[in-house]
Design a protein around this ligand. Sequence first.
Ligand code: SF4
Length: 327
Amino acid sequence: MTGRIRRAGIRYYIPSDRGIGRMIVCDRCPGRAVIFQKYSGSHLCSRHFQEDVHRKAREVLRSYRIFGGPCRVAVATSGGKDSSSLLVILHHLFGHREDVELLAVSIDEGIDGYRPRTLAAASAVARSLGVEHLVVSLRDEYGVTTDGLASGGHPQGPCSFCGVLRKGLLNKTARNLGADALATGHNLDDEAQTVMLNYIKGDVDRLYRLRPKRAIPGMVPRIKPLRRVPEKEMGLYAILRDIPFENAACPYISRAMRQEVKDLLNGLEAKHPGTKYSIMRGFERILDLQPPGSYEAIPCAGCGEPSSDGVCASCRLLEQVRGEESL
Ligand code: SF4
Protein backbone atom coordinates (compact mmCIF):
# COMPACT_ATOMS: atom_id res chain seq x y z
CA MET A 1 0.00 0.00 0.00
CA THR A 2 1.43 3.37 -1.02
CA GLY A 3 0.15 6.91 -1.41
CA ARG A 4 -2.33 8.55 0.94
CA ILE A 5 -5.03 6.95 3.03
CA ARG A 6 -7.72 8.56 5.10
CA ARG A 7 -8.83 6.69 8.20
CA ALA A 8 -11.14 8.03 10.87
CA GLY A 9 -10.90 11.52 9.38
CA ILE A 10 -7.08 11.60 9.54
CA ARG A 11 -4.93 11.67 6.40
CA TYR A 12 -1.80 9.55 6.43
CA TYR A 13 1.13 9.55 4.08
CA ILE A 14 2.14 6.05 3.12
CA PRO A 15 5.69 6.18 1.75
CA SER A 16 6.07 5.16 -1.89
CA ASP A 17 8.99 5.06 -4.27
CA ARG A 18 7.51 8.05 -6.10
CA GLY A 19 5.73 5.84 -8.62
CA ILE A 20 8.40 3.47 -9.95
CA GLY A 21 6.96 0.36 -8.30
CA ARG A 22 9.35 -0.41 -5.45
CA MET A 23 8.17 -0.17 -1.89
CA ILE A 24 10.00 2.07 0.58
CA VAL A 25 11.53 0.00 3.33
CA CYS A 26 11.95 0.74 6.99
CA ASP A 27 15.25 2.37 7.99
CA ARG A 28 15.72 -0.31 10.66
CA CYS A 29 14.64 -3.56 8.92
CA PRO A 30 13.60 -4.88 5.49
CA GLY A 31 9.89 -4.35 6.32
CA ARG A 32 7.60 -1.96 4.44
CA ALA A 33 7.58 1.54 5.86
CA VAL A 34 4.18 2.80 7.07
CA ILE A 35 5.30 6.29 8.00
CA PHE A 36 7.87 8.89 7.10
CA GLN A 37 8.70 11.14 10.06
CA LYS A 38 9.68 14.41 8.42
CA TYR A 39 11.06 15.82 11.67
CA SER A 40 13.46 12.88 12.15
CA GLY A 41 13.95 11.90 8.50
CA SER A 42 13.05 8.27 9.34
CA HIS A 43 10.98 5.72 7.44
CA LEU A 44 9.54 3.19 9.87
CA CYS A 45 7.63 -0.08 9.46
CA SER A 46 4.65 -0.85 11.66
CA ARG A 47 6.72 -2.67 14.30
CA HIS A 48 9.46 -0.07 14.52
CA PHE A 49 6.94 2.78 14.46
CA GLN A 50 5.10 1.26 17.44
CA GLU A 51 8.41 0.69 19.22
CA ASP A 52 9.24 4.35 18.59
CA VAL A 53 5.97 5.42 20.24
CA HIS A 54 6.64 3.10 23.20
CA ARG A 55 10.20 4.44 23.51
CA LYS A 56 9.03 8.04 23.63
CA ALA A 57 6.38 7.18 26.23
CA ARG A 58 8.88 5.18 28.31
CA GLU A 59 11.40 8.02 28.30
CA VAL A 60 8.80 10.53 29.48
CA LEU A 61 7.55 8.09 32.13
CA ARG A 62 11.07 7.53 33.41
CA SER A 63 11.39 11.27 34.05
CA TYR A 64 8.27 11.16 36.26
CA ARG A 65 9.70 8.41 38.50
CA ILE A 66 6.24 7.05 39.28
CA PHE A 67 6.60 3.45 38.20
CA GLY A 68 9.73 2.61 40.22
CA GLY A 69 7.63 0.85 42.90
CA PRO A 70 4.02 -0.12 43.62
CA CYS A 71 1.58 2.46 42.26
CA ARG A 72 -2.01 3.07 41.29
CA VAL A 73 -2.51 5.19 38.21
CA ALA A 74 -5.82 6.74 37.15
CA VAL A 75 -5.92 7.08 33.37
CA ALA A 76 -8.22 9.80 32.03
CA THR A 77 -10.02 8.17 29.10
CA SER A 78 -12.34 10.10 26.82
CA GLY A 79 -12.79 7.41 24.16
CA GLY A 80 -10.70 9.36 21.62
CA LYS A 81 -7.59 8.02 19.89
CA ASP A 82 -5.08 9.54 22.31
CA SER A 83 -6.50 8.45 25.64
CA SER A 84 -7.57 5.05 24.30
CA SER A 85 -4.05 4.49 22.95
CA LEU A 86 -2.60 5.74 26.23
CA LEU A 87 -4.49 3.07 28.16
CA VAL A 88 -3.28 0.41 25.71
CA ILE A 89 0.32 1.67 25.93
CA LEU A 90 0.36 1.78 29.74
CA HIS A 91 -1.16 -1.70 29.81
CA HIS A 92 1.46 -2.88 27.31
CA LEU A 93 4.31 -1.40 29.39
CA PHE A 94 3.06 -2.27 32.88
CA GLY A 95 0.25 -4.83 32.53
CA HIS A 96 2.66 -7.62 33.55
CA ARG A 97 3.49 -5.89 36.86
CA GLU A 98 1.35 -6.96 39.81
CA ASP A 99 2.34 -3.85 41.77
CA VAL A 100 0.97 -1.45 39.15
CA GLU A 101 -2.77 -0.85 39.08
CA LEU A 102 -4.43 1.01 36.20
CA LEU A 103 -7.91 2.50 36.56
CA ALA A 104 -9.72 4.21 33.67
CA VAL A 105 -11.65 7.36 34.58
CA SER A 106 -14.01 9.26 32.25
CA ILE A 107 -15.87 12.50 32.76
CA ASP A 108 -19.36 12.86 31.30
CA GLU A 109 -19.67 16.60 30.67
CA GLY A 110 -23.22 16.29 29.37
CA ILE A 111 -22.81 16.83 25.61
CA ASP A 112 -25.69 15.11 23.82
CA GLY A 113 -24.95 13.17 20.66
CA TYR A 114 -21.21 13.27 21.33
CA ARG A 115 -20.12 12.18 24.78
CA PRO A 116 -22.31 9.03 25.01
CA ARG A 117 -20.56 7.69 21.89
CA THR A 118 -17.06 8.45 23.18
CA LEU A 119 -17.86 6.96 26.58
CA ALA A 120 -18.96 3.73 24.88
CA ALA A 121 -15.59 3.60 23.07
CA ALA A 122 -13.71 4.25 26.34
CA SER A 123 -15.63 1.43 28.00
CA ALA A 124 -14.84 -0.93 25.13
CA VAL A 125 -11.08 -0.30 25.41
CA ALA A 126 -11.03 -0.66 29.20
CA ARG A 127 -13.09 -3.86 29.01
CA SER A 128 -10.80 -5.35 26.35
CA LEU A 129 -7.83 -4.85 28.68
CA GLY A 130 -9.62 -5.94 31.86
CA VAL A 131 -9.16 -2.45 33.36
CA GLU A 132 -11.82 -1.09 35.73
CA HIS A 133 -13.65 1.92 34.22
CA LEU A 134 -15.34 4.64 36.27
CA VAL A 135 -17.56 7.39 34.77
CA VAL A 136 -18.35 10.53 36.78
CA SER A 137 -20.56 13.35 35.53
CA LEU A 138 -20.62 17.13 35.84
CA ARG A 139 -24.37 16.89 36.39
CA ASP A 140 -24.00 14.66 39.48
CA GLU A 141 -21.06 16.62 40.88
CA TYR A 142 -21.94 20.24 40.09
CA GLY A 143 -25.54 20.12 38.83
CA VAL A 144 -24.55 21.48 35.40
CA THR A 145 -23.94 20.14 31.89
CA THR A 146 -21.82 21.59 29.11
CA ASP A 147 -24.90 21.69 26.85
CA GLY A 148 -26.72 23.74 29.49
CA LEU A 149 -23.76 26.10 29.95
CA ALA A 150 -23.34 26.49 26.17
CA SER A 151 -26.92 27.64 25.74
CA GLY A 152 -26.92 29.79 28.88
CA GLY A 153 -25.75 33.01 27.17
CA HIS A 154 -22.58 33.27 29.28
CA PRO A 155 -19.82 35.56 27.96
CA GLN A 156 -17.21 32.78 27.85
CA GLY A 157 -17.39 29.92 25.36
CA PRO A 158 -18.45 26.46 26.61
CA CYS A 159 -14.84 25.20 26.64
CA SER A 160 -13.93 27.69 29.39
CA PHE A 161 -16.41 25.97 31.70
CA CYS A 162 -16.10 22.44 30.42
CA GLY A 163 -12.29 22.29 30.52
CA VAL A 164 -12.00 23.75 34.03
CA LEU A 165 -14.77 21.62 35.55
CA ARG A 166 -13.50 18.44 33.89
CA LYS A 167 -9.96 19.04 35.12
CA GLY A 168 -11.14 19.68 38.68
CA LEU A 169 -13.38 16.62 38.71
CA LEU A 170 -10.66 14.39 37.28
CA ASN A 171 -8.30 15.48 40.06
CA LYS A 172 -10.93 14.93 42.75
CA THR A 173 -11.87 11.50 41.38
CA ALA A 174 -8.25 10.39 41.09
CA ARG A 175 -7.58 11.58 44.64
CA ASN A 176 -10.65 9.74 45.97
CA LEU A 177 -9.40 6.59 44.25
CA GLY A 178 -6.07 6.94 46.07
CA ALA A 179 -4.19 7.31 42.78
CA ASP A 180 -0.48 8.13 42.86
CA ALA A 181 -0.75 9.79 39.44
CA LEU A 182 -3.33 10.91 36.92
CA ALA A 183 -2.26 10.06 33.37
CA THR A 184 -3.75 12.05 30.50
CA GLY A 185 -3.50 11.45 26.76
CA HIS A 186 -2.12 14.88 25.80
CA ASN A 187 0.07 14.51 22.73
CA LEU A 188 2.80 16.77 21.35
CA ASP A 189 0.28 18.87 19.41
CA ASP A 190 -1.92 19.43 22.48
CA GLU A 191 1.06 20.50 24.54
CA ALA A 192 2.47 22.86 21.90
CA GLN A 193 -1.01 24.40 21.44
CA THR A 194 -1.38 24.96 25.19
CA VAL A 195 2.02 26.62 25.41
CA MET A 196 1.20 28.88 22.42
CA LEU A 197 -2.24 29.74 23.82
CA ASN A 198 -0.66 30.87 27.07
CA TYR A 199 1.96 32.92 25.19
CA ILE A 200 -0.79 34.57 23.14
CA LYS A 201 -2.84 35.34 26.26
CA GLY A 202 0.28 36.48 28.11
CA ASP A 203 -0.62 34.09 30.95
CA VAL A 204 2.79 33.33 32.47
CA ASP A 205 1.29 31.89 35.69
CA ARG A 206 -0.69 29.32 33.76
CA LEU A 207 2.39 28.57 31.66
CA TYR A 208 4.36 27.74 34.79
CA ARG A 209 1.50 25.59 36.04
CA LEU A 210 2.10 23.28 33.07
CA ARG A 211 5.23 22.04 34.82
CA PRO A 212 5.03 18.23 34.73
CA LYS A 213 4.35 16.34 37.95
CA ARG A 214 4.30 19.30 40.32
CA ALA A 215 3.96 18.35 44.00
CA ILE A 216 0.99 20.39 45.24
CA PRO A 217 -1.08 19.39 48.28
CA GLY A 218 -4.47 18.05 47.16
CA MET A 219 -3.37 17.69 43.54
CA VAL A 220 -2.74 14.22 42.18
CA PRO A 221 0.45 14.53 40.09
CA ARG A 222 -0.51 14.69 36.43
CA ILE A 223 1.57 12.75 33.97
CA LYS A 224 1.45 13.02 30.17
CA PRO A 225 3.26 10.00 28.72
CA LEU A 226 2.42 10.93 25.10
CA ARG A 227 3.63 14.50 25.24
CA ARG A 228 6.44 13.76 22.78
CA VAL A 229 4.30 11.90 20.21
CA PRO A 230 2.70 13.98 17.41
CA GLU A 231 -1.09 13.76 17.09
CA LYS A 232 -1.04 12.15 13.66
CA GLU A 233 1.23 9.41 14.95
CA MET A 234 -1.20 8.69 17.77
CA GLY A 235 -3.94 8.26 15.15
CA LEU A 236 -1.75 5.90 13.14
CA TYR A 237 -0.83 3.96 16.27
CA ALA A 238 -4.52 3.48 17.15
CA ILE A 239 -5.27 2.27 13.62
CA LEU A 240 -2.31 -0.12 13.46
CA ARG A 241 -3.21 -1.59 16.88
CA ASP A 242 -6.90 -1.78 15.96
CA ILE A 243 -7.83 0.17 19.06
CA PRO A 244 -11.52 1.06 19.16
CA PHE A 245 -11.88 4.84 19.38
CA GLU A 246 -14.47 7.46 18.55
CA ASN A 247 -13.31 10.17 16.20
CA ALA A 248 -16.37 12.41 16.36
CA ALA A 249 -15.51 16.04 17.16
CA CYS A 250 -17.17 17.86 20.03
CA PRO A 251 -19.89 20.14 18.60
CA TYR A 252 -18.37 23.10 20.47
CA ILE A 253 -14.80 22.70 19.21
CA SER A 254 -15.13 25.42 16.55
CA ARG A 255 -15.87 27.98 19.28
CA ALA A 256 -12.48 27.33 20.90
CA MET A 257 -9.45 29.56 20.23
CA ARG A 258 -7.40 26.37 20.51
CA GLN A 259 -8.69 25.30 17.11
CA GLU A 260 -7.22 28.45 15.51
CA VAL A 261 -3.87 27.84 17.22
CA LYS A 262 -3.97 24.21 16.07
CA ASP A 263 -4.46 25.25 12.43
CA LEU A 264 -1.65 27.80 12.77
CA LEU A 265 0.82 25.28 14.21
CA ASN A 266 -0.10 22.62 11.65
CA GLY A 267 0.64 25.14 8.89
CA LEU A 268 4.02 25.96 10.44
CA GLU A 269 4.86 22.29 10.99
CA ALA A 270 4.11 21.48 7.33
CA LYS A 271 6.52 24.20 6.19
CA HIS A 272 9.08 23.78 8.94
CA PRO A 273 9.12 20.18 10.27
CA GLY A 274 10.02 20.02 13.95
CA THR A 275 8.30 23.30 14.90
CA LYS A 276 6.16 21.65 17.59
CA TYR A 277 9.20 19.99 19.16
CA SER A 278 11.01 23.36 19.10
CA ILE A 279 8.13 25.04 20.92
CA MET A 280 8.27 22.39 23.65
CA ARG A 281 12.07 22.63 23.94
CA GLY A 282 11.82 26.40 24.38
CA PHE A 283 9.05 25.99 26.94
CA GLU A 284 11.15 23.55 28.98
CA ARG A 285 13.97 26.10 29.07
CA ILE A 286 11.55 28.74 30.32
CA LEU A 287 10.39 26.38 33.09
CA ASP A 288 13.99 26.24 34.35
CA LEU A 289 13.75 30.00 34.99
CA GLN A 290 10.75 29.65 37.32
CA PRO A 291 11.63 30.82 40.84
CA PRO A 292 11.33 27.93 43.33
CA GLY A 293 8.07 27.84 45.34
CA SER A 294 6.44 30.46 43.14
CA TYR A 295 3.11 28.62 43.19
CA GLU A 296 1.56 27.86 46.58
CA ALA A 297 -1.74 25.96 46.70
CA ILE A 298 -4.41 27.29 49.07
CA PRO A 299 -7.48 25.11 49.82
CA CYS A 300 -10.57 26.61 48.17
CA ALA A 301 -12.97 28.18 50.69
CA GLY A 302 -15.92 26.70 48.76
CA CYS A 303 -14.94 23.08 48.13
CA GLY A 304 -11.48 22.53 49.64
CA GLU A 305 -9.85 21.78 46.28
CA PRO A 306 -6.41 23.34 45.69
CA SER A 307 -6.48 26.92 44.41
CA SER A 308 -3.99 29.73 43.83
CA ASP A 309 -5.90 32.39 45.79
CA GLY A 310 -8.47 30.71 48.07
CA VAL A 311 -11.20 30.19 45.46
CA CYS A 312 -10.69 27.43 42.90
CA ALA A 313 -11.42 27.96 39.21
CA SER A 314 -14.43 25.58 39.33
CA CYS A 315 -16.10 27.41 42.24
CA ARG A 316 -15.41 30.77 40.60
CA LEU A 317 -17.10 29.69 37.36
CA LEU A 318 -20.04 27.99 39.11
CA GLU A 319 -20.58 31.11 41.21
CA GLN A 320 -20.65 33.20 38.03
CA VAL A 321 -23.16 30.83 36.39
CA ARG A 322 -25.48 30.88 39.41
CA GLY A 323 -25.22 34.67 39.63
CA GLU A 324 -26.10 35.12 35.95
CA GLU A 325 -28.96 32.62 36.16
CA SER A 326 -30.51 34.43 39.12
CA LEU A 327 -30.65 37.77 37.23
FE1 SF4 B 1 -15.55 20.53 26.45
FE2 SF4 B 1 -14.70 22.31 24.63
FE3 SF4 B 1 -13.54 19.93 24.78
FE4 SF4 B 1 -16.03 20.14 23.86
S1 SF4 B 1 -14.18 20.99 22.89
S2 SF4 B 1 -15.29 18.60 25.32
S3 SF4 B 1 -16.83 21.80 25.14
S4 SF4 B 1 -13.50 21.53 26.38
